[in-house]
Write a protein that binds this ligand. Structure first.
Ligand SMILES: Nc1ncnc2c1ncn2[C@@H]1O[C@H](COP(=O)(O)OP(=O)(O)OP(=O)(O)O)[C@@H](O)[C@H]1O
Length: 302
């Protein structure tokens, strides 16, 4: 990408991940100087502020916006960037960094900022769940339940997440759902129904190892409750072999409707979204202009 003279707005969520390090600003400025780009850094003042900043960016003369945070911040910047039709980049600063890992964006700030200026703009798919924009992975069931609980605690990070997951695992029951894809209806009992645009939740937990963000399709993974003695399932997930286990059934779809008999918790890109009995899911092919460093490798890989 030709960057000299480009005006770039970095939208930074100081509260993402395990906390803010002031060195982040210096690393971003250094990368901009090396690329001869003009840099502005704005810190989000509250949840939702990143949407506004990204949406107003073209009027302020910016050529592209960069989300500096976790999947929640990326989601907010994408909502604004989609409305404003402006390309967006990512500097991963979250706890899981699912989308950044899928795209092959380096996890260190200095390397990610440098990679930004060596990227190409790729039309990346996104999708909506009941009208809410999702870029990475959304889910109905146990992961939604955990997101709802986790969102209400002050403890963040992988350790806090793992502790809460273990505490809640035994009590949470499978739920019945009807999945409609085109003319096909299926009734399933599920612990989680994950809807994946990218391959992973974060931390390389690959729920949809074969997913691509540029194929116009979502991977719908219906997961059973895995007995505790089958800890090998966790190994399979991190090894990218989840589709081979008997606990998962993966379908591909561009749009679908999921109905449940009782209200079930859900999340959108990890953000708690309450409960519902009907989930209307539609892919938005190529909707987000994303700055991705490795086209032809991870972005298009299936
Ligand atoms: N200034 C702010 N004060 C409070 N909350 C904020 C502020 N700016 C952004 N947020 C909110 O912080 C939340 C968490 O952000 P984000 O998802 O980026 O980090 P994370 O949860 O640590 O990362 P990950 O999603 O990778 O686990 C988002 O819901 C966002 O709306």
């Amino acid at each position: 990408m030709n960057t000299p003279g480009k005006k770039v707005l970095f939208i930074v969520n100081k509260y993402a991940g395990t906390g803010y390090q002031p060195a982040v600003e210096g690393r971003i400025i250094d990368a901009c100087e090396q690329a001869d780009a003009e840099c502005t850094i704005e810190f989000t003042r509250a949840a939702g502020h990143a949407v506004e900043l990204a949406e107003q960016a073209p009027q302020q003369g910016f050529d592209f916006v960069v989300a500096v945070g976790g999947d929640g911040t990326i989601n907010e910047v994408a909502r604004g960037a989609l409305k404003a039709n402006i390309p967006m980049g990512l500097i991963p600063r979250g706890s899981g960094n699912g989308l950044s890992r899928h795209l092959g964006i380096p996890l260190g700030v200095a390397d990610a900022a440098k990679a930004l200026f060596q990227s190409t703009i790729v039309p990346m798919d996104a999708f909506t769940v009941n009208g809410k924009l999702s870029l990475n992975v959304s889910g109905i069931g146990f992961d939604g339940h955990i997101a709802n609980l986790f969102g209400g605690t002050s403890k963040r990070g992988l350790a806090g997440y793992a502790k809460l997951t273990m505490q809640e695992f035994f009590a949470f029951r499978e739920f019945e759902a009807e999945i409609t894809i085109g003319a096909q209806k299926s009734t399933v009992k599920a612990f989680i129904i994950a809807i994946a645009n990218s391959s992973q939740y974060g931390n390389n937990a690959r729920i949809a190892p074969r997913a691509s963000v540029t194929d116009g399709l979502l991977h719908v993974n219906t997961m059973k409750k895995v007995p505790v003695y089958r800890v090998d399932f966790i190994y399979n997930m991190f090894a990218g072999d989840v589709g081979r286990t008997s606990f998962c059934e993966v379908q591909e779809a561009a749009s679908l409707v999921i109905r449940t008999s009782k209200p079930v918790a859900y999340h959108v890109d990890g953000e708690p979204s309450g409960h519902n009995t009907e989930f209307k899911i539609d892919v938005l092919p190529g909707a987000i202009q994303i700055l991705a460093p490795v086209v032809g490798k991870r972005v298009n890989k299936r």
